[in-house]
Design a protein around this ligand. Sequence first.
Ligand code: NAP
Length: 239
Amino acid sequence: MSTLPNRTIVLAGGAGGLGSATARALAAEGARLVVSYRQNAARAEALSGIATLVQADLARKDDRARLLDAAPDIYGLVVFAGNPSRVASPDQLDEALRLSHEVNCLGPLLLAREAAARMKDAGTPGAIVLFSTMQAVALFPGSTAYAVEKAALIQGARILAKEMRGPANIRVNVIAPGVTQAGMAEASIAAGKYQRYLDDGVIARYGRAEDITRAVRFFLEPDNFITGQVLTVDGGLTL
Ligand SMILES: NC(=O)c1ccc[n+]([C@@H]2O[C@H](COP(=O)([O-])OP(=O)(O)OC[C@H]3O[C@@H](n4cnc5c(N)ncnc54)[C@H](OP(=O)(O)O)[C@@H]3O)[C@@H](O)[C@H]2O)c1
């Protein structure tokens, strides 16, 4: 028996590769879903049969409030929104870091804090899951713009977890995916960027969207007793 039917779960930035796979899995369990997207309305529309769709840029305070208003009885929040913040030359780093801060840290973290405050005010337990990356838990040259902000997100999530522990029972955890064949990594995989990890026997295969979906589901389980943790789902790549 699923424990999720009729629980309202917000998937912020959830119309992308990992988000849409998770949306389908949670919908199959009967969860009530609110999915937000920023600009790709056509891609989000594919989820219209299983979720309420909200356009929201998480870097904007009004948009974050509007998204949470669409889920007054929120139980779960999963924040998929992110940007790989790729930098082609050193002189792009300044601007890339600023943009990365908004998309990969500020927006997700403030949304999580605002959702947690609403859960606490409502007196209901909740589960919040944020998305970092393997690049935030290990060192990959060239990843400064992306990894620094995703690492800051982890620290912010752990602080929030500590603030929300205890009777409020609002748990906050982070998933750090490795190279996953969905969403933003697909093009890099196709271009051979990570092929050496297979050739050298570092990983047995690339991650699949369902590897991530299972991790999200684990943290969303209402009786889960884990908070303030980072779960790296990378097949051992960063060991
Ligand atoms: N795929 C991987 O291998 C991998 C590995 C490590 C970490 N991750 C992390 O996993 C999460 C999901 O990634 P994905 O692979 O599913 O990527 P994706 O398909 O590119 O999805 C990213 C989503 O973020 C949304 N978004 C971007 N900026 C936003 C903003 N300011 N406000 C609201 N939404 C925003 C995008 O919406 P629009 O398209 O509508 O703008 C898109 O739906 C990301 O946080 C990513 O960093 C992924």
